[in-house]
Design a protein around this ligand. Structure first.
Ligand code: 0GY
Length: 296
């Protein structure tokens, strides 16, 4: 795709999010955000499936502060392909308050992996959504996972519920922690005992190296804000796997331009899915610390 000027590109976030009623604990990490561009410095991939407006690190850090968070994990977005320059730029501008997850060509050199590590990358993302990427080569991903494990990195995977069975052996073969974005996108409309979330919980029971990113209330909810249906399904997951969950706003909410969430309302979901101070501390501080700040 060819990028037009900023005004012809899509915008999927609000400039005026509410302040959350709830205050995150000190050191809290918003562990799923992206940066887009700025396109003049960091052009989008020719293979990008969407062309967003610039969502810069400075905008991210202003949002972080207004929501009461201290740190971010910047996840490379598909629109930037395997060029992680924008993500690295965001980390470099963060004064140590951001780490990142990269998307790389599986043929990446060891020297380039070392450069990404020095730039604050602590994981690689394998994206299986056909609307976002053309190829998801499982064998090459597994070979890459073997190479990033010694760095103390982990793997982040993004897939939808209909791929869970097919991906189960692939996930089992990954020799690092594997974080599943947005809980593997279950159909929340099925309710807390639904087939999708039950299969996901069974997968986490069977594979102790799997973690869940309990994010995406806005993407998954059928009823919409304040996301009661999401809370009913996800609270039991947090309580069952308190040491294996992360949370993030998902700002700037790629592809949500027709249903833009209020980031303050998303933060107010956290105390409803992690109902004690101890669960909140694990979800927002201790767990992301382990993967992003304390890892080798
Ligand atoms: C998300 C979700 C989406 C997009 C991406 O890399 C991406 O472009 O992750 C999506 O469209 O569902 O987690 O940001």
């Amino acid at each position: 795709m060819t990028a037009g000027n900023n005004s012809t590109r899509i915008k999927s976030w609000t400039d005026a999010p509410s302040r959350p009623a709830w205050t995150p604990p000190p050191g809290a990490v918003d562990a799923h955000v992206h940066v887009f561009g700025p396109e003049a410095l960091f052009p989008f991939s020719p293979k990008a499936k969407y062309l967003p407006q610039d969502a810069t690190p400075e905008m991210l850090f202003a949002l972080r502060d207004s929501l009461g968070f201290a740190r971010n994990v910047i996840v490379q977005a598909s629109c930037h392909g395997t060029d992680n320059a924008a993500t690295l730029d965001g980390i470099a501008r963060s004064n140590g308050t951001a780490r990142g997850v990269a998307v790389v060509d599986p043929a990446i050199s060891d020297a380039e992996l070392a450069r990404l590590h020095a730039g604050g990358i602590r994981g690689v993302r394998f994206n299986f959504l056909k609307r976002l990427v053309d190829h998801a080569p499982k064998d090459a991903f597994l070979a890459l996972a073997q190479r990033i494990a010694p760095l103390g990195w982990h793997v982040v995977v993004y897939f939808e519920a209909d791929l869970l069975v097919e991906l189960t052996p692939f996930l089992a073969a990954i020799p690092t922690v594997v974080v599943v974005d947005h809980l593997g996108r279950p159909d929340i409309g099925q309710g807390p005992g639904g087939a999708d979330i039950s299969a996901f919980v069974a997968l986490l029971d069977a594979q102790p190296h799997l973690w869940a990113k309990v994010s995406g209330a806005d993407r998954l909810s059928v009823t919409g804000a304040p996301y009661d249906d999401f809370v009913a399904v996800v609270r039991p997951v947090v309580e069952r796997f308190p040491d294996r969950v992360l949370w993030g706003t998902d700002w700037p909410h790629p592809n949500m331009e027709t249903n833009i969430p209020d980031d303050g309302a998303l933060v107010d979901v956290v105390p409803r899915i992690a109902v004690s101070a101890q669960l909140q501390q694990k979800l927002l501080v201790a767990n992301p610390d382990r993967l992003y700040w304390l890892a080798a």
